[in-house]
Design a protein around this ligand. Structure first.
Ligand code: PLP
Length: 410
C-alpha cells in the first residue's frame, strides 16, 4: 500500500486532533511523547502516520507477549463472548487456576487478586498489619528503600521515597523508615521489634534497574529472623520471567512472606495480585479486604494464557537466550560511549546508567524507530517484550547505539 502526500497530511491532521482533544479533556498528569500509537504486532508498534517502532519498553513491562498476540487475543475474545465479570460474590472456574499457577511459581500458597500494581502493594501492606493485629501485638512500622517505587495510592506512596511524588500529598503513613539501598548495616540498624514488614523491589525498577545485592538479601534474612518482621518482595516489574527467573527473589535466595505482582500478569489486561504465605493467610478473615473487579474471568483468562506462554510455551527460555544478547550488546555499547557509567540488569530487564541526564536518549531513539524510557534521571531503561528475537534485539540495540552516538556527539 503506497502512502500519498494527501494521506500523510490527513494522518498528521488526525494526530494533532487527537493531541488537541486530549489537552482539552484529559487531566494533564502525564507528559507524553509526541507520537500517537495506533497498532502493534509482536515487538513492533505503529504510529498514526504509519511509522514503525521497535518496542524496548512494552508499555513499562506489561506487554510480555508483545502486541496483538494472536493466542492472547483469541483467549480474550473467547472469554468476552462467554462471561467477563461476575464479582467476588460467586465462584468462577479461573481464579483458582491462576492462584494455583502463581503458587507453584512462587512457593506462596495463596493469592488475592486486584487490578494494578499499586493495589497489590496496598494489599501486602494491609495483610502485614493484619498479621500483627491478629497475633495480638500490633506493629505499624514499615521499612522501605530510599530509591523505591511502589505506586501512587496512599499506602504505596508512603513507602515510595521520591519527594517529588510524595510532597504534594503529605501527610502519608507516618510509620515508614527508609534505608539506603543495598546497605546491610543501615537495614540492621533500622529493624526492630516494631517493624511490621520490610518491603523491597527485588530489582529496583523506577530507581534505575538496581538488583538487590546478595549481601543485602542476607541482611533482609537476618533482619526478619532477628525481629520477626515480615518481608514483602515487590515483583511487579521484575517478576513473571522478566529476569530469567519466575521471580528475582529466587535468584537472591529469599523466601518472602508476601509478594506483589502486576504489569505482565495480564499481558495488557489490568490484573495484579498479592501472593501470601500460609502463615500470613491464617491471620486473615472474611471481609478483611476486597475489590469489585479483582480476578474477574477476563483478567484471569488473560493471566492463565500469559503464564502458560511464559512458563510452558518457551518464552521463559527466550528471555535467557535473548537476555545474553542484551547483556553482550549493552556492555559493548557502554565500552564505546564514555558517558555510559554502568550497565545493570538481568534477563530482559536492563538499565544503562549514564554520567548525565538520560532525557536526550528518548527522542534520539524514537527518531531511529526505537522506544526506550528514561528513569532515575540518568538511566535508559529497557523492558522489551519477552518474546523479542535475537535478530530484533540486534536491530533495536544497533539503533539505540546509533542514537547514543548521535545524541552524545550533539
Ligand atoms: C516495582 C513497582 N511497584 C509498583 C508499581 C505500581 O504499579 P501500577 O502502576 O500498576 O499501580 C510499579 C509501577 O511501575 C512498579 O514498577
Amino acid at each position: 500500500m503506497t502512502t500519498t502526500m494527501t494521506d500523510k497530511a490527513d494522518q498528521a491532521g488526525q494526530a494533532s486532533e487527537i493531541i488537541a482533544r486530549e489537552s482539552r479533556h484529559v487531566l494533564q498528569t502525564y507528559k507524553r511523547n509526541p507520537i500517537t500509537l495506533v497498532r502493534g504486532q509482536g515487538v513492533r508498534l505503529f504510529d498514526s502516520e504509519g511509522r514503525e517502532y521497535l518496542d524496548l519498553l512494552s508499555g513499562i513491562g506489561v506487554a510480555a507477549l508483545g502486541h496483538a498476540h494472536p493466542g492472547l487475543a483469541r483467549a480474550i475474545a473467547d472469554q468476552s463472548q462467554t462471561l467477563i465479570h461476575t464479582s467476588n460474590l460467586f465462584y468462577h472456574p479461573l481464579q483458582g487456576q491462576v492462584a494455583e499457577r502463581l503458587s507453584e511459581l512462587s512457593g506462596l500458597p495463596r493469592a488475592f487478586f486486584c487490578n494494578s500494581g499499586t493495589e497489590a502493594v496496598e494489599a501486602c501492606l494491609k495483610f502485614a498489619r493484619r498479621y500483627w493485629f491478629t497475633k495480638g501485638t500490633p506493629r505499624r512500622e514499615f521499612i522501605a528503600l530510599d530509591e523505591s517505587f511502589h505506586g501512587r495510592t496512599f499506602g504505596s506512596l508512603s513507602i515510595t521515597s521520591d519527594p517529588h511524588y510524595r510532597d504534594p500529598f503529605e501527610p502519608l503513613l507516618p510509620s515508614v523508615k527508609f534505608v539506603k539501598t543495598n546497605d546491610p548495616a543501615a537495614l540492621d540498624a533500622a529493624v526492630s521489634n516494631s517493624t511490621a514488614a520490610i518491603i523491597a523491589e527485588s530489582v529496583l525498577g523506577e530507581g534505575g534497574i538496581k538488583p538487590l545485592t546478595p549481601a543485602f538479601a542476607d541482611a533482609i534474612k537476618r533482619a526478619c529472623a532477628k525481629s520477626g518482621a515480615l518481608f514483602i518482595a515487590d515483583e511487579i516489574q521484575s517478576g513473571l520471567g522478566r529476569t530469567g527467573y519466575p521471580f528475582y527473589f529466587q535468584a537472591l535466595g529469599l523466601q518472602p512472606h508476601l509478594v506483589s505482582v502486576g504489569k505482565a500478569l495480564g499481558g495488557g489486561v489490568p490484573v495484579g495480585a498479592a501472593l501470601v504465605s500460609q502463615e500470613v493467610a491464617d491471620t486473615l478473615s472474611f471481609g478483611d479486604h476486597g475489590t469489585t473487579y479483582g480476578g474477574n474471568l477476563l483478567a484471569c483468562r488473560a493471566a492463565l494464557y500469559v503464564l502458560g506462554e511464559i512458563f510452558d510455551g518457551g518464552v521463559g527460555e527466550n528471555v535467557k537466550r535473548v537476555g545474553k544478547v542484551f547483556e553482550t550488546r549493552l556492555k559493548a555499547i557502554a565500552a564505546k560511549h564514555a558517558f555510559v557509567k554502568e550497565v545493570r540488569g538481568a534477563g530482559l530487564m536492563w538499565g544503562l546508567d549514564l554520567k548525565r541526564d538520560a532525557g536526550f536518549v528518548v527522542p534520539a531513539a524514537l527518531e531511529r524507530g526505537v522506544i526506550v524510557n528514561r528513569t532515575a534521571e540518568t538511566v535508559v531503561r529497557l523492558l522489551p517484550p519477552l518474546v523479542i528475537t535475537e535478530a530484533e534485539a540486534e536491530d533495536a540495540l544497533g539503533r539505540l547505539d546509533a542514537a547514543l552516538s548521535a545524541a552524545g556527539a550533539a
